[in-house]
Design a protein around this ligand. Structure first.
Ligand SMILES: [Zn+2]
Ligand SMILES: [Zn+2]
Length: 126
């Protein structure tokens, strides 16, 4: 029974993450699921997110809000984010990183991943 419960929660978290166009918080995942799944609780969402992060299925994104945001890791979908400091809007930023990555490969470090977030004002807030 515990196993079934766990699988259902994880499946619902996956669904919430893939339905969202931007990285979302555990609380937002909880809010989107609680109407359809009265047994779900915030603690189990955190536990699942933690495991999914360790299994490299999701990435954690920090915008200095004091909370983590999560997004599914998908094949060939590497991108960065823009965060509006006024309204909190988040948008994906895709760019050509070939030159930057080629330069970094010349260093002594074994780079496994990188994160880069942009901060400023969205068109509506400028
Ligand atoms: Zn990148
Ligand atoms: Zn804005």
């Amino acid at each position: 029974m515990i196993g079934q419960r766990y699988t259902k929660t994880r499946k619902n978290i996956f669904k919430a993450l893939s339905n969202s166009k931007k990285p979302i918080t555990a609380q937002e995942i909880f809010n989107s699921l609680k109407n359809n799944d009265e047994k779900i609780n915030l603690a189990s969402i955190y536990r699942n997110l933690d495991l999914m992060e360790k299994s490299d299925l999701i990435s954690v994104i920090l915008f200095g809000e004091g909370k983590k945001r999560f997004e599914l890791k998908e094949e060939n979908s590497h991108h960065h984010h823009f965060f509006c400091e006024n309204c909190g809007d988040i948008e994906d930023i895709k760019m050509n990183e070939d030159k930057i990555l080629a330069n970094i490969k010349k260093t002594k470090f074994l780079i496994k991943e990188h994160k880069l977030e942009f901060f400023g004002l969205c068109p509506d807030c400028q």
